[in-house]
Design a protein around this ligand. Structure first.
Ligand SMILES: Cc1cc2nc3c(=O)[nH]c(=O)nc-3n(C[C@H](O)[C@H](O)[C@H](O)COP(=O)(O)OP(=O)(O)OC[C@H]3O[C@@H](n4cnc5c(N)ncnc54)[C@H](O)[C@@H]3O)c2cc1C
Length: 299
């Protein structure tokens, strides 16, 4: 397996910003993953498992890490009875399509999440009242010491999070689905796709929801909208006019531009609602949210 150095990560994220990773590897087997972890360990570098980068903001200066993509066998999907077994690098949409074709229901929500299985487990990705936690049985996780199947309890899937630690790579996952009629599944997928198209920006570079929804009667998008921030632009980044919990790259946006907007939205929502929004997007490299005086207090 070839390990490239100083590979710009912008083209590996859906938002399109971010500097280079010190190392970049494409693993096609569990052995490749182990070899990549050893390479990183020898250089005292952390490993950054990279899916489709659909939930990432990478530092403009880059990241001192080995970025690891899973491909080939580690991105394949097979069906065994009512189970779907997918590589950590498999696209969510591929899993949803294979399930649909096999007359298996449960992964309809994943059809329009533009990520991979590994990223989905890590984030417990979900939509329309369902998520990975509802259908995932177990995941094969490779770490520096060994690889092990972790069950749902050990994975600790919760709202947009899990117990996975940095350096733990999901190479395979098993989903338990239910038999249903293909046409019915297809109808469900189509309805969800249409609903999404009418409520969220499509065909634009974003990183999905910026913030998690807080425990509040309003969602994060509604709060940001109420602060009149729709359409607010800093550099090449803009708060979507369609859904205020999305930031679009309207051309040449940097991670610093997006972070400045995130900071602005957090501050204004805190002033207006007393709520401290927590980012859903993962920050990679030496970057953090712009601080303001209320930081550290509860929200
Ligand atoms: C247009 C758009 C719509 C979206 N809609 C939704 C939605 O409806 N619901 C939702 O939940 N999310 C949504 N997202 C966000 C994103 O798609 C999900 O969080 C997705 O699960 C991220 O998957 P990924 O493979 O792109 O992961 P990445 O963004 O590449 O990584 C996300 C995190 O997962 C880790 N990771 C990636 N692969 C692995 C692996 N193999 N093993 C261990 N850790 C790994 C990364 O290190 C990182 O911490 C949306 C994003 C966009 C751009």
């Amino acid at each position: 397996m070839k390990i490239e150095e100083d590979v710009a990560l912008g083209r590996y994220t859906t938002f399109g910003s971010g500097g280079p990773a010190r190392g970049f590897a494409r693993a096609r087997s569990e052995e490749d993953v182990t070899a990549a972890l050893a390479w990183a360990s020898e250089r005292d570098l952390p490993v950054l498992p990279l899916g489709f980068g659909s939930n990432l903001l990478v530092a403009d200066v880059g990241v001192e890490a080995l970025a690891l993509r899973l491909e080939g066998e580690l991105a394949s999907v097979t069906i065994e009875g009512e189970k779907i077994i997918a590589g950590g690098g498999a696209a969510d949409a591929l899993c949803a399509r294979q399930a649909q074709e096999a007359g298996l229901s449960g992964l309809e929500f994943a059809a329009s999440i533009p990520g991979t299985v590994g990223g989905g487990v890590c984030m417990n990705a979900g939509a329309w009242g369902s998520d990975f936690g509802a259908v995932l049985e177990r995941a094969l996780v490779v770490g520096r010491e060994r690889s092990r199947w972790l069950d749902r309890g050990e994975l600790g899937l919760r709202y947009r999070g899990s117990n996975l630690r940095p350096g733990q790579i999901v190479v395979k996952a098993e989903f338990q689905l239910e038999r249903s009629r293909t046409e019915e599944i297809q109808r469900g997928v189509r309805a969800k796709k249409e609903q999404r198209k009418s409520s969220q920006p499509s065909g634009l570079r974003t990183f999905g929801s910026v913030f998690k929804n807080p425990a509040h009667e309003f969602g994060a998008g509604r709060m940001i909208d109420a602060c009149s921030l729709k359409g607010e632009q800093i550099g090449g980044a803009r708060i979507s006019l369609q859904h205020a919990n999305f930031i679009e790259n309207c051309g040449g946006a940097t991670t610093a531009d997006a972070l400045a907007l995130i900071g602005l939205a957090r501050r204004r929502v805190h002033e207006q609602f007393g709520v401290m929004l927590e980012p859903e997007v993962r920050l990679v490299g030496k970057i953090s949210l712009p601080p303001f005086e209320a930081d550290g207090q509860s929200g």
